[in-house]
Design a protein around this ligand. Sequence first.
Ligand code: ZN
Length: 299
Amino acid sequence: MSRSTSKSAYLSCGIISLVWLAFLGKVYAQQGFHDSVESRSLHVANTIEQINQGKFDKFEIHGLSRFDDEKKEVLKQWVKTGVNATRNALGVYPSRLIFHLVPKKSNQPVPWAYTRRDNPQRIYLHVDSRFPLQKFIDDWTIYHEISHLAIPYLGEKYAWLAEGFASFMQYQVMDKAGILDGTPEQHYRKKIAPHLKWFKSDLPPAAIARRLMNQKQYPAAYWGSAYFFILADNALSSQHNTSLARLISQYQLCCHARHGDVNQLMNDLDTLLGGSVMTKLLSEFEHQPAREIYPIEFE
Ligand SMILES: [Zn+2]
């Protein structure tokens, strides 16, 4: 087990009470929370206490014994870089981050990865350790997988949204860490453009994305759904002078749950925000024709 520096956890503690006070005010002002204010207050107090005791910000790597000593160091360094970069963008994770490394010969450093949302949650990374450290760091996979854990498991019906979230966030995390070649916008356009054709439809985007998932058209489903978070981030920036990553880092401190209902997630985010960006956008994606939401092509 390895423990990353406690500096950011310490800095985070200073803002926790401010965030929480602002949050509590909104809770009182807005109805619709499933839990009582007392139970949420207790939960946050508990989380702060545990952060102060150094219980979070930890990560574990399993499976290292299957690699030689030199490769072990490269892989440890890579996972540490991934954890620090993701935490830097999305805040302190209120749960342990557990990684399982599996050797796999391939033409890329991380040919396959997935996240299991059981208790405890685990990230599985299949790696070809013949690649040098920089190739691992430049690969988007680890940032994508850790991003998944910043929001609750939303169930099969919203797998498209979860993948859109992680796909959007991987480039936000890499950009903030100075790892990304080019801007996130350039990457989004390049990834989404080939799939815009699916969204020239009178069906709502949520129905299209679900169908694409069922048909195993994963790049189309993932990147089509990432557009939800591009719109969310744009609205948060123009209307509330914040960003989705910043909102998520506040959410992780106050309200994160391992399993959650999509409506509760969007409600919680809007409550933190003091607005209705996320609930409104989800409603549009569920009910409005996709052709009214997506561009025909990017300029
Ligand atoms: Zn994913």
